[in-house]
Design a protein around this ligand. Structure first.
Ligand SMILES: O=C(O)C(=O)C[C@H](O)[C@@H](O)CO
Length: 265
């Protein structure tokens, strides 16, 4: 059988791709999101309580649909990256990348020798469809995609070098961590944060790479796309569920529950 095409990677730099954060940690919830038609789903293991098994279930649930699963691991640990690639993750988003050296280590963790240090899972791994995929060892890298997150002032300072690393396919800006790191917790609209976002977008695009961002507020998403972002997470499943549930209950309770209406991203 053929290696599955990485549809997200093939559309990078060609068209806008709309994504949604998937933090509910089950295949059932991820499949519901996939039926909606998002181009990509960010299955989050950094801040959602996923295990390798729960990630696998979500990959299997999303597989029949248009949505491409991107997994964000909790760290840049190379053994964990190997495990995620073995269960069939094709696109990884690595949090808090601050230097080009770190980015190069990530590229190395994703590829077999001589390009990198990835170990061979072979017939044990879903990635190879248990050896059913022809020539997997030689072609695996073609369909892998590495997104590095820039979300600190050091990362912003080094954005150009990071984006230029060969094997980094895209940069994703984390506005929440960037805001708090710059001393403006919960305020991605602060001038310092906005100018950092703008400089990361510019550095990424001038390296010829694609830039993405989390922007669950529609006006923000549209603004960042105008500034050059081509893949934007326009929603977060948990927030969408919570706000719909609150809106529903508020119809009956009115002011009582409105005091608890704060939202973040
Ligand atoms: O810094 C950010 O913004 C992100 O990386 C995304 C957050 O981690 C996400 O959990 C927002 O809910």
């Amino acid at each position: 059988m053929k290696l599955p095409k990485n549809t997200f990677k093939s559309r990078l730099n060609i068209e806008k791709q709309y994504g949604c954060w998937a933090g509910l940690t089950t295949g059932y919830a991820a499949e519901i999101l996939a039926t909606v038609g998002y181009d990509w789903l960010l299955v989050d293991s950094e801040h959602a309580p996923n295990t390798t098994q729960s990630l696998l279930g979500q990959l299997q649930a999303i597989a029949p649909y248009h949505s491409h699963p991107i997994v964000r691991p909790e760290s840049s640990d190379k053994d964990n990256i190997k495990r995620l690639l073995d269960i069939g993750v094709q696109t990884l988003m690595i949090p808090m990348v601050e230097t080009a050296e770190q980015a190069k280590e990530l590229v190395s963790a994703m590829h077999y020798p001589p390009k990198g240090i990835r170990g061979v899972g072979g017939g044990l791994a879903r990635a190879t469809r248990w050896d059913a995929i022809d020539n997997y060892l030689n072609i695996a890298g073609d369909e892998l995609c590495l997104i590095v997150q820039i979300e600190s002032s050091l990362g912003v300072k080094n954005a150009e070098e990071i984006a230029n690393v060969d094997g980094v396919d895209a940069v994703f800006i984390g506005p929440a961590d960037l805001s708090i790191g710059l001393g403006h917790p919960g305020n991605p609209y602060h001038g310092d944060v906005q100018s950092s976002i703008s400089s990361v977008i510019d550095a990424t695009l001038s390296a010829g790479k694609a830039c993405g961002i989390l922007a669950p507020v529609e006006a923000d998403a549209r603004k960042y796309m105008q500034m050059g972002c081509s893949f934007v997470a326009v929603g977060i499943d948990i927030s969408l569920m919570r706000s719909a549930a609150k809106e529903n209950l508020n119809k009956y309770l009115g002011a009582r529950s409105k005091s608890n209406n704060s939202g973040t991203y």
